[in-house]
Design a protein around this ligand. Sequence first.
Ligand SMILES: C[S@@+](CC[C@H](N)C(=O)[O-])C[C@H]1O[C@@H](n2cnc3c(N)ncnc32)[C@H](O)[C@@H]1O
Length: 303
Amino acid sequence: MVTEVKQYGATFRLDYGLVYWNSRLEHEHIRLVSLFKKGDVICDMFAGIGPFSIPAGQKGCVVYANDLNPDSILYLKTNAKINKVEDYIFTYNMDARVFMQSLMAVPDPETKSKCQFVAANCCSEEMVSGNEHSTSNENQNDVQESFDGSSMVNTSAKRRQETSNEGDVACQEDANQTKKRNNKKVKSSGPLPVKPWEHIDHVLMNLPASALQFLDCFDGLVHKRYWKGSLPWIHCYCFIRSSESEESILCEAQNKLNAKIAEPIFHRVRDVAPNKAMFCLSFRLPVECLKEETEDHIRSVDG
Ligand SMILES: C[S@@+](CC[C@H](N)C(=O)[O-])C[C@H]1O[C@@H](n2cnc3c(N)ncnc32)[C@H](O)[C@@H]1O
């Protein structure tokens, strides 16, 4: 049965028989979205019908939202329209691991001509001065679920400060750069372009029964050479049973990442059974997870 529910001013249409919905997560949805800033790039690996993605879009974040269930994606698209944030939310229907790998793949120069064609069809009027993809305002959403790289170039939010490859990727953005960026004149009301392989602010992993198992996809996912600014926050949901501890979960996460997590934050979301609670483990992606390019790869990508 199709029904509508409201959370923090957003409306969600859904069919309980076809998609996941849990009203008891409302506080958690609000808590996490309150961490996002306007213009942030969000990657929602297990988006469902959008209880994180929709309010993030309402905040002016650009969201790459994925779910394996095609019905979830249908309702997510519907909900993006109902809440008038379809320009900010880009939907994908695939396994979360494949989604992340595709999203973070640096486009190959061999596909460049195709990329430019896609860019010409999708780019919302370009937005900021000096953007080499400046073009028309048509069919902005036609590039959803396309992973040829340039679709991403033209579908998202804010510009990042340029940092040298040797620079400290984990450092905070320079305040002046942020101010300059915010002062740029925006012709369109939609989001500004971003390349996800250059910057993502937050990755959401709300699949508590198995999200930890997906952390291995971050090992070597981010290309050090192309990344700009701070490394992303990963918010990975999990269950902790009475036989387990935060330390054992952290150990599991680190094993999957193949890197040590500095300053992990465990947030208790709710008790789901007498001996089982849902937690959110948040941490910055460790620098050790970054991929160093080989000389051959650099030559091939740079042409
Ligand atoms: C617990 S629900 C969370 C949905 C939403 N984020 C929320 O907070 O309500 C997990 C979602 O992950 C999706 N899912 C399960 N396995 C997946 C996979 N391998 N890749 C992508 N999505 C998956 C399910 O279809 C479901 O919508």
